[in-house]
Design a protein around this ligand. Structure first.
Ligand code: PMP
Length: 433
């Protein structure tokens, strides 16, 4: 379907002066003008249910956030090297959210920057370079965060082009990976042990390990039980640091846990966060131990002009305030559980639904052509996304086969909206997939 004429004109201008590799959703996207809670409105006034926006955790158009930002902008916004109080307030607050011992915060502007900095900390602290990263992962676009990204959906050449300090390990995907179901942990841990043994044999040591602690990029798949405990122990035995990338799955989205690593019963050495913490404002952070943070001084000092600016800190503080007053983690848990149960019921009726992964409001709905072979229903998933757009629902695929719906709506998602999503999906699936 062609977009509305005025929207097509803007799309043409976008394609003229905006660099091509910056992808947008959909071949014929609606031109979005306004948002309210989990809803988006295009220039024709048409409403869409936004089921994919993991950036706006509070929802769109939050008036409390808008007022707080406006107030701070008109009072002061400046380079973060000046002395002002809100940077201390926000750092304290983030450190208080982290497990004990992770008491030191760096403020940056994005998830990519946070991951880049985490890798640099692992290098500086260990004095070594080698980093283990999961296959099928996405961690960002900057040089180091891109290096540890192995997702074929984001870069089909990823595996041929990683630098030699990156050591990808088997994707611990218990649904379609090499080891499945209960008992898979051992196989995946052994695969990591093998890669570590090869690094041991090279003799240049291990700097660290990075992973999303619930496998978001693969479609919200929980890591096998005990996986991080065993892998973290092997990495630490070699003086390496364990990085939990919580950019997508952390910060309350899982509902049952504030942090993804809570689900694995581990405490990382470094946490990276971004996305929802700024509700769309560029904001990222690294939380670690004091001695790890201090090790960066061996490489000079660190400074980010806008990272931790007064406006960024006010955004971060206000997001946390609103999450608390609106009890959004509870909503992620309750509405997420409700949504998951409804999707599972849908799976009973439609064989194309292979599995429903995830928890809270980070769910993955995986489409397969055959439940035995698990052949990914990639083209079907793309077509279903397009059909959902026709019917007013925004949804996009993830995973190496692009056959998993990444369901990560604003955490204020109402039960009626969850119902609208499932009812609309049911209608689409009934059309003959
Ligand atoms: N880590 C993970 C797990 C992500 O999903 C992303 C973004 N999709 C990033 C890091 C990079 O974040 P940003 O886009 O804010 O640079």
């Amino acid at each position: 379907d062609a977009p509305a004429p005025q929207s097509e004109a803007v799309l043409k201008r976008r394609n003229k002066s905006f660099a091509k590799p910056q992808k947008n959703y959909y071949a014929a996207p609606p031109q979005i003008e306004r948002g309210w809670k989990e809803h988006l409105f295009d220039v024709t006034g048409r409403a869409y249910l936004d089921m994919v926006n993991n950036v706006s955790i509070l929802g769109h158009g939050n008036p409390t956030l808008a007022a707080a930002v406006g107030r701070q902008w008109s009072m002061l916004n400046t380079n973060s090297r000046f002395h002002y109080s809100v940077v201390a307030d926000f750092s304290d607050r983030l450190a208080a959210l982290a497990p004990e011992g992770l008491d030191t915060v760096f403020l940056v502007n994005s998830g990519s920057e946070a991951v880049d900095l985490a890798i640099r900390l692992a290098w500086a602290h260990s004095g070594r370079r080698n980093i283990l990263s999961l296959l099928e992962a996405y961690h960002g676009w900057t040089v180091a965060s891109d290096a540890v990204s192995t997702s074929l959906a984001d870069n089909p050449q990823a595996l041929e082009t990683r630098p030699d300090w990156v050591h990808p390990v088997l994707s611990p995907n218990t649904y379609r990976g090499k080891f499945r179901g209960a008992g898979a942990t051992e196989g995946y841990v052994a695969a990591v042990a093998e890669t570590i043994a090869a690094i041991d044999a090279r003799g240049d040591g291990l700097a660290g390990f990075i992973a999303e602690s619930v496998y978001g990029n693969a479609g919200g798949i929980p890591l096998p039980p005990g996986y991080l405990q065993q892998v973290y122990a092997m990495v630490r035995a070699r003086g390496g640091l364990c990085i939990a990338d919580e950019v997508q799955v952390g910060y309350g989205r899982l509902g049952h846990h504030f942090w993804g690593f809570d689900q694995q019963g581990v405490v990382p050495d470094i946490i990276t966060i971004a996305k929802g913490m700024g509700n769309g404002q560029p904001l990222g952070a690294v939380i670690t131990r004091r001695e790890v943070a201090d090790s960066l001084e061996r490489e000079g000092y660190f400074f980010s002009s806008a990272g931790g600016s007064p406006v960024s800190c006010i955004v971060g503080m206000t997001v946390l305030d609103i999450m608390q007053t609106e009890d959004l983690q509870r909503n992620a848990r309750e509405t997420g559980d409700y949504l998951k149960a409804r999707l599972e019921a849908l799976g009973q009726r439609f064989p194309l639904v292979g599995a429903v992964h995830g928890m809270g409001l980070y769910l993955g709905l995986e489409f397969v052509r055959d439940r035995e072979t698990l052949e990914p229903a990639t083209e079907e998933t793309a077509a279903i996304c397009n059909r959902l757009l026709d019917l007013g629902v925004i949804m996009q695929p993830t995973g190496d086969h692009l056959n998993v719906f990444k369901i990560k709506p604003p955490l204020c998602l109402a039960r009626e909206s969850a119902d609208f999503f499932v009812d609309t999906l049911e209608k689409v699936l009934s059309e003959g997939w």
